[in-house]
Design a protein around this ligand. Structure first.
Ligand SMILES: *[C@@H]1O[C@H](CO)[C@@H](O)[C@H](O)[C@H]1NC(C)=O
Ligand SMILES: *[C@@H]1O[C@H](CO)[C@@H](O)[C@H](O)[C@H]1NC(C)=O
Length: 992
């Protein structure tokens, strides 16, 4: 999501409205029992606390992942396994209509767009899926997921206007059938379905429009969707909550991005941003459904001219997870999805103009799929805890702003969740922005009465921007904790013992009490232990050394938080797991006969310790190879995984055999545009932009919705023309250049703030009676989203909005237009409708592998550059021989950011084996590093890379430096990556 300023204002207004609506709601809703309204199936059910799947109550802890932002199907499993290893049990996916129905009536979901394959992969990995196919998705996608041809629909988008509804039918029915097939009722992973997306605010049209929501829901039901409908109101507005009548969903949910998106100030947590009323609001809006947050801030987007995702990560980091996620648990959330868990890439022009190629999103899993962010590890601690704490699901959240009850200190606020199967006390700084360390003590109600904690010595501390969950009467199989101030990572009841792992921050004092009347126990040094009132109290100061406390067959492993990050809990079966201490990633564990098989990744030489190896197992394999082990003093297995960095022969791009072709032949004398589309529509269906030219020059009126646009304007001079006024629009950071014949008139080089630009260019003297041609090149940065219903912002046209040739009439110019070859009859069905734009080389397919080198000239490559404005295309074969069977090697193409060396503003499009994997804008930024996944690149063979370079200024431009760089290689247990099968160049009949 990405609320604009307008949208935010609107949301506040709509919040006001729904509060009024709520007061008028019938009472019956406020105390509904636990029986949901009639269901179409009995596998996924719910009550006011949580979902049940096949009768089992569980938390749905999910992360958002867009398969369309990782166009390598064989890598989907890699990401899914990284999600599962966190302890999450679901992924939530958007589906981008614009990529599946580029031409009205022709739905295609194959190859890199194969949702059938994606859903099968999720099932195989063992994750549930929440599907969100729109039709509107927002998602920082071009048009918010709407195909460009919706610009020609007169009706309001996202309303019950009949032409809009009719336009959605084909997509809804086709994608609905694919999802329906993979529902849990058919043995698949799909448990929930979200119709529409953030349907939360409108201007100038009926809202909420119950007929519209009902239509979208009916489309899904008609396609066979039987799982419950969930909503994602943009904020807690109560829209379409159960009981609101027509269009209501089964389970109400709202989104939340409380820290905002101000990556410019990554250390500033804005005041008043921590939501403390969400539980109360939920009780008033949807008391009979589980508290659901279908999108919670897992990172941040970043626009053109932004600060880069590393800086966004400083804002939305592990501390944000601690304070804000735990605040959600304090509100009793039991269906939660983080947006994003893995962001991916806006390859092939799929993004909206408010973002650049990277969609890393500062998510827990980086765009290059590495796991080096601390937030990945912090999330694992939280998710694994919730996974073993079923008592949380039925505990009742209390007031979240109370101080002085559970602690005498008013510097901390503690939200209680009181349950019958453990109670939970979520502590945060009263001033949640605090970067101070606060000392506090607790006064907690337990089955042994109110206890002042710590009992033995010291006090507790809450570090900067931290939050903790303390538990009382917490069950551990046959045991029970009276309380623990240290946080729980996991616990497991193994055949011979129960193991509990607790952690604390650096040097923190902690205390836990095990209910037991035992007189003997074992405690490592550094632990102070005393029996008190039927329990054994253990108190310690956290160090980096692991200490073990044992009573009967309960072993408590006491670690510091950074050490806890090293633990993994892969499931062996539905009812058994093994705990693995060590490794960069443990993907899975399985047992066959006497062998325990682990699959995992290692970024350095590592020891791994296995806790809870099942009885009868005697040998270990890692990624299919036998790994010797020894038993340590605790009876755990220990092994060493050796890491010897392989040789990585990364070719120097400057030394490749570069070829060159001019990609702006249009400005040459005699260029033949007879096969271009004539822009002759005298009217336009576009409802947001009045026509100011004799014929429409809106690209989408002619089927061109993506990438570069070219116009050719023919006229016969009167001789008195002095200047050309031209208004162009391409979206944030777009650029445009104009030529008269082969004379450069000027460019707009672009800024992030400008979606459109008006320019007046002085003309040379024209000869009366002679023909001339204007050539205009415009960068379409993607279509605007349509977040607010009514203004139809998605219809903001791309192209020429207006022009005036002084000394001539507007109608003296006859215009031709082109974008991608074929427009909606796009040439490359494999890479989809948006991947190619209208550059000459794209129309010819020269960006594809094996271009016809006879049409190219030898060249020094992109660093040699252009000495005048224009578009140059450089292509080279890149051979790789990398040890990718057992190594994951992230590769990125890197542009040197050096304005002086560049000599002028330029834009570049990077093509890798025909997939557009980067748009670089030298004068706007910020992205200079463009990761390209294996599978798009063939790591064991030859590749074709291409770079189209558009120099916008009079002196031309050159790419100062262009290199291929490898990040630290990781020994990997992932499945082999299959190179994406996509067509090579062949003659394109009719291409111009
Ligand atoms: C304009 O809209 C009308 C009604 O929606 C439709 O019938 C017509 O085909 C549209 N025209 C174009 C050029 O798309
Ligand atoms: C290995 O990964 C861990 C955690 O993901 C990280 O902290 C560490 O720096 C990495 N080591 C190397 C050599 O990259």
């Amino acid at each position: 999501m990405r609320p604009s300023a307008v949208a935010v204002a609107l949301l506040s207004a709509s919040r006001g409205c729904s509060a009024i609506a709520l007061r008028g709601r019938p009472n019956t809703l406020l105390n509904t029992g636990t029986t949901p309204r009639s269901l179409l199936q009995n596998v996924v059910t719910w009550d006011e606390h949580s979902l049940f799947i096949n009768g089992e109550r569980l938390m749905i802890f999910s992360g958002e992942f867009h398969p369309f932002r990782l166009p390598v199907p064989s890598l989907w499993t890699d990401v899914l396994e990284k999600v599962k290893a966190l302890g999450l049990n679901a992924v939530s996916i958007y589906i981008d209509w614009a990529l599946l129905e580029g031409k009205p009536g022709e739905f295609r979901a194959e190859g890199v767009f194969d949702y059938d394959a994606f859903l099968s992969a999720a099932k195989q990995v063992g994750l549930y899926v929440i599907t969100r196919p729109g039709p509107y998705i927002n998602a920082e996608a071009s048009g918010g997921g709407f195909p460009g041809w919706l610009q020609r629909v007169k009706g309001h988008l996202r309303t019950s206007d009949s032409d809009y509804l009719a336009a959605t039918d084909n997509y809804a029915s086709n994608i609905g059938k694919i999802i329906a097939k993979h529902q849990i009722t058919n043995g698949g992973p799909v448990i929930l379905y979200q119709p529409e997306n953030e349907y939360s605010g409108a201007v100038g049209v009926t809202f909420p429009n119950a007929d519209y929501m009902q239509y979208v829901e009916d489309q899904a039901r008609k396609a066979g969707i039987v799982v419950p409908f969930v909503s994602n109101d943009a904020s807690p507005g109560g829209h379409n909550a159960p009981g609101t009548g027509k269009g209501a969903v089964d389970i109400y949910g709202h989104d939340g991005y409380p820290l905002g998106f101000d990556c410019a100030n990554p250390n500033t947590w804005p005041a008043g941003a921590l939501p403390t009323n969400w539980h109360v609001t939920h009780e008033s809006q949807s008391p009979s459904t589980p508290y659901t947050i279908p999108e919670f801030q897992g990172g941040s987007f970043d626009p053109w001219g932004g600060w880069g995702f590393d800086q966004c990560y400083e804002l939305i980091n592990h501390e944000q997870e601690r304070v804000f996620y735990k605040n959600n648990y304090a509100a009793g959330v039991t269906i939660l999805s983080l947006y994003m868990i893995f962001g991916g890439t806006n390859w092939g022009n799929l993004g909206h103009p408010g973002g650049y190629t990277s969609y890393d999103y500062a998510a827990p899993i980086k765009e290059d799929r590495t796991l080096t962010r601390e937030k990945y590890s912090e999330l694992k601690l939280e998710a694994q805890f919730l996974k073993v704490s079923p008592g949380y699901l039925t505990a009742t959240p209390g007031n979240s702003s109370v101080t002085g009850v559970y602690s005498p200190s008013t510097s901390v606020s503690i939200t209680p969740l009181i349950g019958t199967n453990g109670s939970f006390f979520v502590v945060r700084h009263t001033d949640y922005q605090s970067t101070e360390s606060t000392s506090y003590t607790l006064n907690l109600p337990t089955s042994a009465g109110n206890i002042a904690i710590p009992q033995l010595r010291g006090s507790l501390t809450l570090g900067r921007r931290d939050s903790k969950i303390h538990v009382t009467d917490y069950p551990l199989g046959d045991y029970s904790l009276l309380y623990s101030t240290a946080e729980i990572f996991t616990w497991k009841k193994f055949e011979d013992r129960t193991v509990l792992i607790v952690y604390g921050g650096p040097s923190e004092q902690h205390e836990l009490a095990v209910k037991s009347s035992a007189k003997r126990w074992k405690a490592d040094s550094g632990l102070t232990v005393a029996a008190k009132n039927g329990s054994i109290v253990v108190n310690w100061q956290t160090t980096t050394e692991r200490r073990i406390f044992q009573v009967d067959d309960l072993q408590v492993y006491i670690v510091d938080r950074n050490s806890a990050y090293n633990y993994w809990v892969p499931d062996i079966s539905a009812s058994s797991s093994v705990i693995v201490n060590g490794g960069y990633l443990i993907r899975s564990a399985s047992v066959s006969k006497a062998t325990l098989s682990l699959r995992g990744d290692f970024n350095g030489t590592s020891t791994i310790e296995l806790i809870g190896v099942p009885k009868g197992v005697s040998s270990l394999t890692l990624n299919g190879a036998v790994l010797p082990h020894v038993k340590n003093a605790q009876g755990n297995w220990e092994s060493t995984v050796r890491y010897a960095k392989p040789a990585l022969p990364i070719p120097e791009l400057a030394k490749l055999d570069w070829k060159y072709v001019d990609s702006l032949p249009e400005i040459k004398a005699g260029y033949d545009d007879s096969r271009w589309v004539t822009a002759d529509h005298k009217t336009s269906n576009n409802t947001v932009q009045p026509l100011r030219t004799p014929t429409s020059l809106f690209a989408s009126d002619y089927g061109f919705h993506t990438g570069a646009l070219l116009y050719r304007g023919h006229f016969t001079a009167s001789g008195s023309e002095k200047s050309l006024y031209i208004s162009t629009q391409g979206g944030s950071a777009f650029g445009s250049s104009v030529w008269l014949n082969d004379t450069f008139l000027g460019s707009w080089t672009g800024t992030d703030a400008s979606s459109a630009h008006n320019a007046t260019y002085t003309l040379p003297n024209l000869a009366a009676g002679k023909p001339y041609v204007l050539t205009v090149l415009i960068d379409n940065m993607g279509l605007d989203e349509n977040w607010v219903v009514g203004p139809d912002e998605m219809k903001h046209p791309r192209g020429i909005l207006d022009y005036e040739l002084t000394g001539s009439s507007d109608s003296a110019i006859t215009w031709k237009i082109t974008g991608n070859l074929g427009g909606e009859d796009y040439a490359d069905k494999t890479r989809g409708p948006l991947n190619e734009g209208g550059l000459f080389v794209e129309r010819q397919g020269y960006h594809l592998p094996d271009p016809p080198l006879r049409d190219f000239a030898p060249s020094g490559g992109p660093t040699s550059g252009l000495d005048k404005p224009g578009v140059a295309f450089y292509a080279a074969q890149l051979d790789l021989a990398l040890p990718s069977e057992t190594w994951d090697i992230p590769l990125s193409f890197v542009f040197e950011n050096n304005t002086a060396k560049a000599g002028g503003a330029y834009r570049a499009w990077l093509y890798v084996n025909g997939f557009q994997f980067g748009r670089y804008v030298s004068n706007v930024g910020p992205q200079t590093v463009f990761p390209v996944p294996e599978g798009i690149l063939n790591y064991k063979g030859s590749n074709w890379i291409g770079l189209a370079v558009w120099a916008l200024e009079s002196g031309g431009a050159r790419v100062p430096g262009f290199t291929l760089q490898a990040a630290n290689p990781v020994i990997t247990g992932r499945d082999k990556v299959q190179v994406v099968d996509a067509p090579r160049w062949q003659v394109r009949r009719g291409a111009y």
